[in-house]
Each structure stands twice: as structure tokens, then as C-alpha cells.
Design a protein around this ligand. Structure first.
Ligand code: ADP
Ligand code: MG
Length: 267
């Protein structure tokens, strides 16, 4: 089982509105993640970035609007269906605490497994073969993400940065077309941040996937993103290249008092 030769497809967000009791978390938001691009979603706290990820990954149903991957409407699909179609995510907070790195990456692979848990529990030959193929791919992805030296290490004893990297690698194990990264470098030190930026770039180049990135580290956004969408109070107030949005008057207003968006933690 080699990497899926993923057809690059645009991820389109069209007029998405999400209302919680009395609060509009997203208000008619539209943007497109171009195939093979790194697209950043930025904005102050509470702007609606995580809500947007929750819609894209199927955890929230929007009140209005649609999400499409190529021709496929994802809007009403369950999270596992969306993941199977090639949209994988990481969470803002680390969810991994048990097992080794390899165990955690295998969990990502099992979401792809045709033989499934039952067959592997029964030790069917095909399941054993698939298991070996999954393990081989897990080692490749560990190599790609710099986790190879830790492959048999329990995640509980890894550094914070390495554990964030496990989340990232596990999402990659789904062979996604589009990878949604919610604050991948939050809580990391400078060296870990630089390393993660490198990994995101490598992965995009070697696997040809698109990345939608929510990130507060404006330096990282400026270095990595091809295109940026800025959310403020649930509305998309600007789109453009990192250079364009950092000079946009509306964006400067949203980041009130911080001057041109470009300083660390300006978001
Ligand atoms: N499940 C929920 N129920 C009610 N309000 C929510 C829920 N999730 C998010 N919100 C609210 O929606 C707004 C956007 O939140 P969020 O998407 O987490 O922002 P961000 O990730 O940009 O910081 C906030 O006002 C938040 O309190
Ligand atoms: Mg958030």
C-alpha cells in the first residue's frame, strides 16, 4: 500500500455560517484552498478559526453554506467519511497520551484499512499482509516527519514538540489530499517551530497535498503560506498573499494596536 496518488483537488468553503445560541461564530465565510497550496487562516482569538475547522472536518454542521472537495459536497458528511475522502485534521490541543509513536500512527492507518479491526482480530492472512504494509508506511511517515528515532518510544515521555509532531504524522497516515493543522506550533520553542515549518514544507512538496493552517505565529504564516484568509468576529475580512494581508487596513484594525501584522504573537 503506497501513498495514494492523490488527485489534487480544491477545497471550497462557500457562504458558511455557524450560529450557536445567540452567537454567530462564522458569518457567510468563503475561501478556496488551492490544490497543493499552503493556505493560512488567521485572526484574533474567538474569530472563528477552530469553528471553521470543525465544519470542514464534519464535527459541526453549518447553519448555512457548503464545503466541497472538488465536486464532492462534504457539508452533511460524518467526520470519518470526510477523513476517508482525504481531509485530515489535527486538533489545537494534544489528544495523544497512550501507546508508542508507532501505535499512534497505526491508529491513523486503521482508518484506511480495508481488512479492518475484525479481520485483524481473527488473524486473517489478508489482514496480516495489510498490517505489514501499514507498518512500512508508518515508518516512511515517521522518517518524513523526523519521528523515526522515536518510533518505539511511548508518546507520554516525548517532548511537547515531538508529541505535536505525532499528531501531525498521524493525520498524514490517512494519506490526505488536504491537511488541516490547528495551531501546529503552539507551545513550541523556537527550534521546534523552525523544525515543524520545515516538515510542513517537505510534506507539501513530497506528498503534493494542500495544507490549511490555523496559526498565531505570524512569522511562520508569513514564511509558509501562499495565501491567507483573515477572520474577525466570524467574518472573512481579507484574502491575499501574506504581504497583501499584512498591509490591509481592515486587518491592521482587527489586530488593533499591534501595528503591522508580522510580529510574533501578533495574532
Ligand atoms: N460549541 C460552541 N458552543 C458555543 N459557542 C462556541 C462553540 N464553539 C465556539 N464557540 C464560540 O464561537 C466563537 C469562535 O470560537 P473559535 O472558533 O474557537 O475561535 P478561534 O479558534 O478563532 O479562537 C467564540 O466566541 C466561541 O466562544
Ligand atoms: Mg481556536
Amino acid at each position: 500500500m503506497t501513498a495514494r496518488t492523490a488527485t489534487p483537488l480544491p477545497l471550497e468553503v462557500r457562504g458558511v455560517t455557524v450560529r450557536f445560541a445567540g452567537l454567530t461564530a462564522l458569518d457567510d465565510v468563503s475561501f478556496t484552498v488551492a490544490p497543493g497550496s499552503v493556505h493560512a487562516l488567521i485572526g484574533p482569538n474567538g474569530a472563528g478559526k477552530s469553528t471553521c475547522f470543525n465544519v470542514l472536518s464534519g464535527l459541526y454542521r453549518p447553519t448555512a453554506g457548503a464545503v466541497r472537495l472538488g465536486e464532492t459536497d462534504l457539508t452533511r458528511l460524518a467526520p470519518h467519511k470526510i477523513a476517508a475522502l482525504g481531509v485530515a485534521r489535527t486538533f489545537q490541543n494534544i489528544v495523544t497520551t497512550e501507546g508508542t509513536v508507532a501505535d499512534n500512527l497505526m491508529l491513523g492507518r486503521h482508518a484506511l484499512s480495508r481488512a479492518g479491526y475484525l479481520a485483524s482480530a481473527l488473524h486473517l492472512p489478508r489482514a496480516a499482509r495489510e498490517q505489514r504494509e501499514h507498518l512500512r508506511r508508518v515508518h516512511e511517515i515517521a522518517e518524513l516527519t523526523g519521528l523515526a528515532p522515536h518510533i518505539d518510544t511511548p508518546v507520554a515521555v516525548l517532548s511537547y514538540g515531538d508529541r505535536k509532531r505525532v499528531e501531525f504524522a498521524r493525520a498524514l497516515c490517512l494519506e490526505p489530499r488536504v491537511l488541516l493543522l490547528d495551531e501546529p506550533v503552539a507551545g513550541m520553542n523556537a527550534a521546534e517551530r523552525a523544525r515543524t515549518a520545515e516538515v510542513v514544507r517537505d510534506v507539501r512538496e513530497s506528498l503534493g497535498l494542500s495544507v490549511l493552517l490555523v496559526e498565531h505565529d505570524m512569522g511562520l504564516v508569513m514564511r509558509l503560506a501562499d495565501e491567507v484568509t483573515v477572520l474577525d468576529f466570524g467574518r472573512a475580512i481579507a484574502h491575499g498573499t501574506p504581504e497583501e494581508v499584512r498591509r490591509d487596513p481592515e486587518v491592521l484594525r482587527a489586530y488593533l494596536g499591534t501595528g503591522p501584522a508580522g510580529e510574533e504573537d501578533a495574532a
